[in-house]
Design a protein around this ligand. Structure first.
Ligand SMILES: Cc1cc2nc3c(=O)[nH]c(=O)nc-3n(C[C@H](O)[C@H](O)[C@H](O)COP(=O)(O)OP(=O)(O)OC[C@H]3O[C@@H](n4cnc5c(N)ncnc54)[C@H](O)[C@@H]3O)c2cc1C
Length: 374
């Protein structure tokens, strides 16, 4: 039996453990610093309502990923899911991604229409050097100012969006949407049926794995696939890392920066606060928060209760949640990956140092690694 160490018990670590156990022939150890599995996807409760830290709504363009998760974590398909952005200068909510049909509702629609006539082709826009240039080329100045300018600055804690020189993640579909108003209509949209969300999947995924909760590795020697845990040296055939590469590589190329989040939950004395099927409200202006989420909309739990729970996310220095989209830092992460020997894999949002890695991508990456190990 070959031995494998999984560092981190979030979605990517748990999926990797589960897929390896299905494959068989592995002696699996998973180390998790927290007292529970699942990372930010762990369901918590407040005022009788389930919630997670941020939405953690499941979206994937790949049926294979959905079918896998749905088999072990029964999912409810969401028929429609809308995201709105509040634009203070217009005192209105509009769809996000920006929808071409909303332009007629905007006071400056004539100017916008003229700007849209000047916009570049998708290929032309993609040749831009930074986020600001990309959006100006895609939608023009007025829509950029309404939806993107202030939002991106607060999201990434920058003074100038031209400093964001990787925008391959933005937007996931097209800059200006036509057709369905649903946020990502080219993806399967779903949420676990269970009241405790993904939690049962996390527990199921580690059956047959030695799980070490509340544990942090004392010393990493990744080059030799060896770590020190409980003052004992342990060597493994394979290591699957899901935490920031600079930690497991002892920071030799410097610290990888992240944007953190402060998170607030609020119970309101109404059964429903958002319009039907609206999951998120983005706030694009000067207020400190980026997004409000009404959990009931996609958990469908406590639907008729006279209260509802809202989550609010404020970008901050707390936590390492969002790898930054700067080419220099992505190049730094690449140096860490290049130093990892055969048999060491680094996956997940922090593990691969990619902001665009969502829950579905974590599963996809875990599948990729486990297939390579077959
Ligand atoms: C606020 C927010 C909202 C999001 N909403 C969505 C969404 O709606 N839909 C979606 O698809 N994706 C969403 N995402 C992204 C998605 O949730 C993540 O991509 C995914 O959960 C990452 O899983 P992971 O296993 O890579 O990392 P994590 O979940 O971060 O797991 C890493 C684990 O490692 C543990 N750990 C950390 N340091 C150590 C250490 N030194 N030793 C041992 N263990 C350690 C952590 O405790 C954690 O459990 C959101 C992300 C955030 C931050």
């Amino acid at each position: 039996m070959k031995s494998v160490l999984i560092i981190g018990g979030g979605f990517s670590g748990c999926s990797a453990a589960h897929l390896l156990s299905l494959q068989g022939g592995w002696d699996i150890t998973l180390v998790e610093a927290a007292s529970y599995l699942g990372g930010g996807c762990k369901t918590k409760w407040y005022g009788g309502h389930p919630y997670t830290f941020g939405p953690r709504h499941f979206l994937t363009p790949k049926e294979k990923i959905f079918n896998y998760l749905n088999r072990y974590c029964p999912m409810r398909r969401c028929q429609e899911h809308l995201f709105l952005t509040y634009v203070e200068q217009d005192a209105q909510f509009y769809n996000y991604p920006i929808h071409v049909d909303d332009v007629v509702l905007m006071p400056d629609r004539e100017q916008i229409t003229a700007q849209l006539r000047q916009r570049k082709t998708v290929e032309g826009a993609l040749a831009s050097k930074n986020l600001e240039e990309y959006w100006l080329a895609s939608v023009g100045q007025n829509l950029y100012d309404k939806f993107i300018n202030g939002y991106s600055k607060k999201m990434w804690r920058v003074d100038d969006n031209r400093s964001i020189d990787d925008f391959s993640w933005s937007p996931k579909g097209v800059a200006l949407k036509e057709g369905p108003r649903e946020a990502w209509n080219n993806a399967i949209s779903a949420y676990p049926i269970a009241a405790n969300g993904y939690d049962d999947y996390f527990e199921l995924s580690v059956q047959g794995t030695k799980v070490r909760l509340n544990t942090e590795i004392e010393h990493y020697d990744i080059a030799n696939k060896t770590v020190v845990m409980d003052s004992q040296k342990q060597s493994y055939d394979i290591i699957i890392n899901t935490i920031s590469p600079d930690i497991v590589m002892n920071g030799v190329h410097g610290e990888l920066p992240y944007i953190g989040r402060d998170f607030y939950k609020i119970v309101l004395p109404v059964a429903h606060a958002f319009p039907e099927n609206v999951y998120f409200l983005y706030y694009a202006g000067d207020e400190p928060f980026t997004r409000l989420v009404e959990y009931k909309q996609f958990t469908r739990q406590n639907w008729d209760a006279p209260t509802t729970i809202i989550g609010m996310e404020i970008p901050s220095k707390n936590g390492r949640y969002y790898p930054v989209p700067f080419k220099s830092e992505m190049a730094r992460a690449e140096k860490y990956f290049a130093d990892m020997p055969d048999g060491v894999f680094s996956i997940g949002r922090a593990g691969s140092y990619q902001y665009r890695v969502d829950v579905d991508d974590c599963i996809d990456q875990a599948m990729g690694v486990v297939e390579r190990l077959a």
